[in-house]
Design a protein around this ligand. Structure first.
Ligand code: F6R
Length: 614
């Protein structure tokens, strides 16, 4: 949700800021803007509705000089995406400019007070209220900008990562965070700020993760200074980043999403590396091992997540219950945090998040921690808020996921959950050594099996042409394939804008079967598993009503060939590993349908990669 970036140093700020915005564009892309303090001490703000490239083009004839600047790419919360609502926003005097990621919940009250004092507003945003409020405090208290920011943020309710520049003090950037991510990059006599490390990594691998209610002051001379809202100075903790710049590029693929789908054989191997031994008879997850008492004594496991990560959690429920014999509940973080859940100190909570910044999941974690539960994080982004706010955890190690539709992060989340179930099951003696080793050996074959599915990319692309007419899709599966039906449907709807629903196949006759006619494509995951025969019966019920079936089947399945209109073959595997294979053709199918429909696959409308507002 919104990307912020800032630069102060000896170089021209503008190209660095624009490049940074391109890297952060996956976070929000309905408008973009930049504020620069020129060598003549002008505070220039330029904005454009739409993508960063529009901003870049519109600045060609403008004065973009200056060694200090801040920039923003927006995912609208307050006010429609247009020029005036785009950030940065000026204060009344036009001395201050501010960018913001988050939501100021009490902005209406503050705005009313400001209007009474004679302030006027150019936008409908909560952000403009904040910059005006800072200026109001600065002037009424006759204080400097830093003290005004401190005081203003104490009065603000909500979430923010902000950066402010002041043309009367052109040698400073003041930035702060609460519940929205903020990273500072430390170069040679130059500093960067950003919502994540991707705009920074090109210049330095030294970063500081700003904590909640901390303010950071960056100046042309001297080192970054960190103070709390209550004015306590803190020693900055510098972290070395290990991020590969190449991984932020498309590498010859037309879209990040396709690249990320094709990366899965490697990313799953990376996720297993150092965890499963070469003989495939042992598995070590240090996050589990170091806290094994918690898992041995667990009364229950609660999995909290949103979206695709929640689907991974549903697969986790099946596998953890099967191999660990611990009751598991899976909840949307957003529901969990606002009800009054019963939590016990011997509950283990698993929080799953690709970005590690999802606001609802972060809040749900806080709730669980307050109740004394042990919280284990499964995150992809190293150093993210969730990874730092959990007691233990495992990274998925898939590298940056840029396409808004999650693909490689999903399969790695499922893989981590499988490894967790095996590790905990072994500690609890609830899985036999034979089964344990059998699954580990089969896991080792998964990357090659995915490669064999990816070879069918062209065939899946051809198949996708048949379905571009559809306005609705149903996906169905049973057991481990039921969450895959939901994930397949989510992938299709988010990037192609075709309405799609995933159901447990047996539920069809309780209502959804009324939707079936000869125009309704039904995607069935019908691999050889415990409910294979039952799934065939469900397919017969669809055929009897003229539905058009695309079935995901194991190789050489002649039974289903006779029933389904179209099939995609995938290799056989252990039942609990099936999701790692069956999701691959569904990712490709959604991708190709979306491309055929001319959709913006990597940046679909209304979505953003990192949901830092609730
Ligand atoms: C769908 C998708 C979203 C995310 C959800 C949670 O493709 O990407 O549904 O899964 O917003 O995000 P994280 O995993 O970052 O917490």
């Amino acid at each position: 949700m919104c990307g912020i970036v800032g630069y102060i140093g000896k170089q021209n700020a503008f190209p660095i800021l624009i490049k940074g915005l391109h890297r952060l564009e996956y976070r929000g892309y309905d408008s973009a803007g930049v504020a620069l303090i020129s060598p003549e001490n002008q505070l220039n703000i330029y904005k454009a509705k739409g993508r960063v490239s529009k901003l870049e083009n519109s600045c060609k004839s403008k004065d973009v000089s200056g060694h200090i600047g801040i920039a923003h790419t927006r995912w609208a919360t307050h006010g429609e995406p247009n020029h005036s609502n785009a950030h940065p926003h000026y204060s009344q005097s036009e001395n201050l400019a501010l960018i913001h990621n988050g939501i100021i919940e009490n902005y209406v009250v503050l705005k009313e007070k400001l209007i009474q004092k004679g302030y006027t507003f150019q936008s409908e945003t909560d952000t403009e209220v904040l910059v005006q409020w800072i200026e109001y405090i600065k002037e009424s208290n006759k204080t400097d900008t830093l003290a005004a920011v401190q005081l203003a943020l104490k009065q603000v309710i909500g979430a923010y990562a902000i950066a402010v520049i002041d043309k009367q003090h052109p040698d400073h950037i003041i930035a702060a965070r609460k519940s929205s991510p903020l990273v500072v990059g430390i170069g040679e006599n130059e500093f960067f700020i950003a919502s994540d490390a991707s705009p920074i990594i090109e210049y330095t691998n030294k970063v500081i993760y700003v904590e909640d209610e901390e303010i950071v002051i960056l100046s042309q001379s001297g080192q970054p200074k960190i103070i709390s809202l209550s004015n306590v100075e803190k020693t900055p903790q510098i972290t070395q980043l290990e991020m590969d710049l190449q991984k932020l590029e498309k590498g010859g693929y037309p879209h990040f999403m396709l690249k990320e789908i094709f990366e899965q054989p490697r990313t799953l191997r990376d996720c297993m590396r150092g965890r499963i031994n070469v003989d495939c008879n042992n598995l070590a997850l240090s996050g589990i091992f170091n806290h094994k008492e918690k898992f041995l004594k667990a009364r229950r496991i609660l999995i909290l997540a949103c979206g695709t990560s929640w689907h991974a959690g549903l697969i986790g429920e099946y596998i953890l219950e099967e191999f660990c014999r611990i009751p598991v509940e899976v909840e949307y973080s957003s529901e969990f945090r606002y009800r009054n859940p019963v939590l016990y100190p011997d509950d283990v909570v698993i929080a799953i998040s690709q970005s590690g910044e999802t606001a609802d999941t972060l809040a749900a974690i806080e709730l669980a921690k307050k109740a004394g539960a042990f919280v284990y994080g499964i995150c992809n982004v190293v150093g993210s808020s969730i990874s730092r706010n959990t007691h233990s955890g495992s990274y998925t190690h898939v590298g940056p996921e840029i396409g808004v539709a999650s693909t490689k992060a999903f399969t790695a989340q499922v893989l981590v959950l499988i490894m967790m179930a095996l590790a905990i099951g072994k500690e609890r003696n609830s899985i036999s050594q034979k089964q344990y080793e059998q699954i580990l050996s089969e896991l080792d074959l998964i990357p090659e099996k995915i490669k064999s599915i990816l070879k069918q990319n062209q065939a899946i692309e051809d198949l996708s042409k048949i379905f571009t007419y559809a306005h609705n899709f149903i996906y169905m599966g049973r057991g481990y394939s039921y969450p895959i039906a939901m994930e397949g449907a989510l992938k299709l709807k988010e990037i192609s804008y075709i309405h799609a629903e995933g159901y447990p196949a047996a539920e069809m006759k309780h209502g959804p079967i009324a939707l079936i006619d000869n125009e309704m494509p039904v995607v069935v995951i019908a691999t050889h598993d415990a409910t294979y025969e039952k799934t065939i019966s469900n397919m017969q019920e669809i055929k009897a009503r003229n539905g058009r079936i695309l079935a995901i089947v194991n190789k050489s399945d002649d039974n289903i060939k006779k029933i389904a209109d179209y099939i995609i073959e995938i290799p056989q595997t252990e039942e609990c590993l099936g999701p790692l294979l069956s999701i691959i053709p569904l990712q490709l199918l959604s991708y190709h349908i979306a491309v055929k429909k001319g959709r913006d696959v990597d940046m679909p409308r209304n979505l953003a990669k990192s949901v830092t507002v609730e």
